[in-house]
Design a protein. Sequence first.
Length: 221
Amino acid sequence: MQASEPWEMPRIVKGSRGAAASQTSSKSLIQRSTETVGGSRSLRPQPRSSALERSTYVLFSSVALILLFRFWQPLGGSIWNVTDPIGRTVLYALFAFGFALVLVSTFLINHFDLFGLRQVWLYFRGRPYTRLEFGTPGPYRLVRHPLYVGWFFAFWATPSMTFAHLLFAIATTAYILIAIQFEERDLVREFGGTYEDYRRRVPMLVPRLTPGVEAQRLKGS
């Protein structure tokens, strides 16, 4: 891996544990869609286990990711290496855009609820948890999962793609695509027809190139 990469992939653990570690690391990068477009908690005061559930998950998955980075070992080999200055600049810009989209997407809904801090704060103040209302601010009007789109840019937009980086990118991408199916099922259960209508109007990951139903509805309103 060249030192010039914006996000240098750590070294893979030797043996079959390497692939398993890549799958584990993706869990620390991805939160459920229910955490970005609305929670699923009741209005009753939450027991301690419920209040700590999400923040505990974030903590342990972050530790797992740190350990993965610490003990990763290179696989060797290169898939592509863009040397053209303009090409490298474009890929670096897309990489930065991906991380910026992830960060912005969390704050557009509720960054602190996403990471479980709001739940803990309300618990210690003795106040009941109130779920987030369903909303589609900013990029959520273009795609249903802009946070995941941001991760895809971060995983794949690199001027130097090594075998280790490719393994990580494939594992995390596969995890996201599978997780979306379960997450959207939960969202339909939680929000019913509201989310069904949203799913019909707005594409999952790739924005429409032509005005869709959502754009026509906004124009007519």
